[in-house]
Design a protein around this ligand. Structure first.
Ligand SMILES: Cc1cc2nc3c(=O)[nH]c(=O)nc-3n(C[C@H](O)[C@H](O)[C@H](O)COP(=O)(O)OP(=O)(O)OC[C@H]3O[C@@H](n4cnc5c(N)ncnc54)[C@H](O)[C@@H]3O)c2cc1C
Length: 579
């Protein structure tokens, strides 16, 4: 259980800092030397901090180099800023959440949409769709800014960063007025976005301190954020990096840290009590470090709404899961979802049942079992979605999630499902598929294939936690607000460190919205730090796009990404990158 202990430790470290900040701040305010004004009796909630010396200096310091931080660095460079990044892992392309993501990125009015037969999408229609998904509770100004830049950002990722996208535009249940999800090549995951971003950062010579974890943000006595403290994870040395114009917090959410989930997200705390298993589909180093820093700075923090679904196959005893099974994308070809009693419980062909309406919350222990035959496993989809997960479990000897056998009864009973009931359900399924009768369980029209060819395969699908719809409150320029809703000078945030406002009630997951908000508010932060007008920023982006990418787009291979998944699990077991 190394991961649990380590994540717990890193979480406690943040809490201790926060607690220390509260106490010391209150003391400072009471002695009337507090930063809130001479003679003030208002206790301050943060401790002024300034190191004796600085090891590095830049105008803009970007903390965390995923899609949000990566886009911010490139935009800042193009606007003439001296920018540098600090990144905890050793690879932007392998360890960002975007790499592991489904890869959808939404944007309105792109050239790719026009070329794909969607010529008239626009920010106003996108705004309507986004607000409807969040019950009209999203922040209108922020959503307005996001939608306005969203199309340009996708064009920019393709032309400036050389990202390649799959043909066509993916539809989604949220983007009602127009389809607007763009997926990067090769297989639609976010790997291709990060390859283009990382290549561009390298080619532009933007310095990034790798394997270096930001541990604290320095806020001077005058209230301005002036830099950060970080730790070199190889030498253990503490370094201080000065930011003369701005610090961007882009360290992602708390995806992999169950303790932080429970702390910030009440709904997940409840689910963890009831569900058979809850695991994360996030790269493990994305563990909520930045949230404690926000607390320490007295930045406003939303209670966490969360993206959670029932889509993970657990891979090890450390609590890592893989959501790459994406049940809705291929179950329609002939896999069924059984509950613990051996009955089908939902519509296997839709994203809705496991991520939007979350009907799995009402089944026993919030767990279900994906059952399919060997023909489906050997098909293109089975090889893409299931085989890598089965291989990972087989390789590591982890036998609690995946099982294969020659009879339906045997695979079912392995997971304590009554074998006779499972066999009956499969027989009913085969009957409907072959005769074309009405499906009593769902309104499906595409029924897939019968389940006939042994060996049969069964995967236990459990609750996965994903994106943190939480974090701090920002302005449309990505400036961070404090608990009095005042701008903290010099501090900016994007992505999962500031994502709540765009999701509103989060009743429906905004597909493609997390990568998109991260990229767009990263770019907005760079524009604000550079102090340029919208017109100047647009002209700069246009010039960069006309100049083209820094290198010929790299053709990336799906299996590169699969290999990175294996590598990160090995690193997780070693505890590296948790400090
Ligand atoms: C399985 C899965 C599927 C998803 N599907 C989609 C999808 O289809 N569409 C969509 O829009 N979104 C999707 N998402 C969510 C989306 O990928 C993320 O919300 C988005 O990429 C977050 O970007 P970010 O820049 O905020 O942070 P991240 O990409 O999380 O980057 C944070 C970076 O900061 C680094 N870091 C962390 N702590 C520190 C520290 N202390 N010091 C320095 N660096 C640090 C991390 O190593 C990382 O590189 C998915 C995510 C997952 C995991």
């Amino acid at each position: 259980m190394m991961k649990k202990e380590l994540t717990r430790r890193s979480f406690l470290m943040g809490s201790a800092l926060a607690a220390a900040g509260m106490a010391a701040g209150a003391l400072t305010g009471c002695t009337s030397t507090g930063v809130k004004g001479e003679g003030s009796t208002v206790p301050i909630k943060w401790v002024p901090s300034e190191p004796e010396s600085w090891d590095y200096e830049a105008e803009m310091v970007v903390c965390g180099c995923g899609i949000g931080g990566g886009c911010a660095m490139i935009e800042a460079h193009d606007l003439g800023l001296k920018v540098m990044g600090i990144e905890k892992s050793n690879s932007m392309r392998e360890f960002a959440a975007c790499t592991w993501s489904g890869g959808s990125l939404c944007g309105a009015g792109t050239e790719h949409q026009a070329a794909s037969g969607i010529p008239d999408d626009n920010p106003e229609d996108m705004k309507k769709d986004i607000q409807a998904a969040g019950d009209e509770l999203g922040d209108p100004e922020l959503i307005d800014a996001w939608c306005k830049l969203s199309g340009e950002t996708i064009d920019w990722l393709m032309k400036r960063c050389g990202c390649q996208v799959l043909d066509g535009i993916r539809p989604s249940e949220v983007h009602i007025t127009h389809s607007r999800n763009h997926n990067s090549k090769p297989e639609g995951s976010g790997y291709g976005w990060m390859v283009g971003i990382e290549n561009t950062v390298k080619d532009l010579g933007i310095p990034v301190l790798m394997e270096t974890a930001v541990t604290k943000v320095h806020r001077a006595a005058n209230g301005r954020v002036i830099g950060v403290e970080a730790k070199d994870l190889n030498t253990g040395k503490t370094i201080n990096v000065k930011a003369t114009k701005g610090v961007l917090l882009a360290m992602g959410g708390y995806g992999s840290n169950m303790d932080v989930w429970k702390y910030y997200s009440p709904v997940m705390k409840d689910i963890m009590k009831v569900a058979k298993k809850v695991s994360t589909s996030y790269p493990y180093q994305i563990s909520g470090d930045g949230y404690h820093m926000l607390d320490d700075l007295d930045a406003y923090q939303y209670p966490g709404q969360s993206l959670y679904g029932c889509a993970n196959v657990v891979l090890d005893d450390l609590g890592n899961g893989d959501a790459g099974i994406l049940p809705h994308r291929w179950s329609k070809y002939g896999a069924i979802w059984l509950n613990q009693e051996g009955n089908r419980w939902g519509n296997e062909s839709t994203f809705r049942d496991y991520y939007v309406t979350r009907s799995w919350r009402y089944i026993t222990k919030m767990v279900y079992y994906m059952l399919f035959d060997d023909d489906l496993l050997k098909s293109k989809n089975g090889q893409l979605y299931a085989q890598p997960i089965i291989d990972t479990c087989t390789k590591s000897g982890y036998t609690k999630s995946v099982y294969s056998a020659n009879t339906i009864e045997e695979v079912a009973e392995y997971f304590d499902i009554p074998g006779d009931q499972a066999a009956k359900t499969v027989a009913e399924w085969n009957e409907i598929v072959t005769t074309g009768g009405k499906d009593p369980v769902s309104d499906r029209t595409e029924m897939g294939a019968p389940i006939l060819k042994p060996p049969f395969h069964i995967l236990e699908i459990t609750v996965s936690v994903g994106t943190s719809k939480a974090g701090t409150m920002i302005t449309p320029k990505a400036e961070v607000l404090d608990n009095d809703r005042k701008v903290i000078p010099g501090l900016y945030a994007c992505g999962e460190m500031a994502s709540q406002q765009c999701h509103g009630s989060a009743r429906q997951h905004i597909s493609g919205g997390c990568n998109s908000t991260a990229a767009n508010f990263g770019r907005y932060a760079a524009r604000a730090v550079a102090g340029v007008t919208d017109e100047a920023a647009t002209a700069s982006a246009k010039a960069a796009m006309e100049a083209g990418p820094t290198r010929t787009p790299e053709v990336v291979d799906f299996w590169d990404r699969a290999a990175s998944g294996v590598a990160i699990r090995e690193l997780a077991a070693s505890g590296k990158y948790l400090y």
